[in-house]
Ligand binder design. Sequence first.
Ligand SMILES: Nc1nc2c(ncn2[C@@H]2O[C@H](COP(=O)(O)OP(=O)(O)OP(=O)(O)O)[C@@H](O)[C@H]2O)c(=O)[nH]1
Ligand SMILES: [Mg+2]
Length: 331
Amino acid sequence: MRAGAWPFRDATITFRPCGLAVAGRGPDLYRWGMTEQRCGLVAVVGAPNAGKSTLVNALVGQKVAIVSPKAQTTRAKLLGVAIEGDAQILLVDTPGIFEPKRRLDRAMVAAAWEGAEGADILALVVDGKGGIGPKVTAIAESIAHRPEPKHLILNKVDIADKARLLGHAEKLNAVVPFDEIWFVSAQTGDGLPELKAHFAKLMPEGPWHYPEDQVSDATERALAAEVTREQIYLQLHAELPYASAVETEAYKEREDGSVEIHQQILVERPTQRAIVLGKNGVRIKEIGARAREELSRILGHKVHLYLHVKVKPGWDEDRSVYKDIGLDWVD
Ligand SMILES: Nc1nc2c(ncn2[C@@H]2O[C@H](COP(=O)(O)OP(=O)(O)OP(=O)(O)O)[C@@H](O)[C@H]2O)c(=O)[nH]1
Ligand SMILES: [Mg+2]
């Protein structure tokens, strides 16, 4: 990250109801002093594209993690904070676990396993629409002997065949003795109120770790970079999403209450830069327009977003980029 001309804002994101599947939270849900507080960690792990981030967003009741139909959307672990009655449920969204090739892949998978450390519940999310192939089985095998209580969450029941879902549950339960098996749709919300209430019940007694209105451990400027990256995943194809990174260089509040954000999109080669820009700059304009709309909606302020595409060969071998993404460097 280059030193910006303006001070960076390190505020975190606060609750802003937006009609997601399980939006119930707010001051009325918790009455100070009348109940014992509970708080715990739920690690959300699984293969890429299983719907982990969609699930975390739905349980929090607000978008905190980006989502796309492409695999490996989440790059670093992120905490989503859900509240249910007297319980604060800290949901660790993790990158999908896959066979890593590049250093970036290795760092992502390491972050996923690190996210599972010390959790009160290990929730394995599986795409119920897909089959249970060797990749999902390998993840199940690697959690089988972990000490944490393990929940299997078969997701996407809205599009999955019911009989196949039962087969998946049986097959995975033979690999891991799951404490609980859930069938949900993170997208439609099917089964989520029950799942959330269940997680809440299992949270250990202890004080809340975050203020009631905080929904994530990410800063607003980190979220801003993620929202632009989400548009790259949604609007660009082939190797491009994987060959790019986004850095927020400056983030400042204007006097009128709007936010001015400057970001750099890093790509590896000049040909990739040309694709991100598009003919006459149409693609970058569209990426900027959509990211700006989404950010204004999440932050509740008008946003001015300035994007710059920079060719930085080997950015995925640069320690400072890893730090910026929130990943530990792996050798
Ligand atoms: N139909 C349906 N689609 C879903 C559901 N949950 C997630 N999806 C879709 O599945 C795709 C992947 O969702 P993500 O939440 O990004 O998946 P992820 O597990 O976080 O993926 P990575 O970050 O790449 O590991 C997106 O297109 C979601 O809209 C669901 O319950 N039903
Ligand atoms: Mg994700």
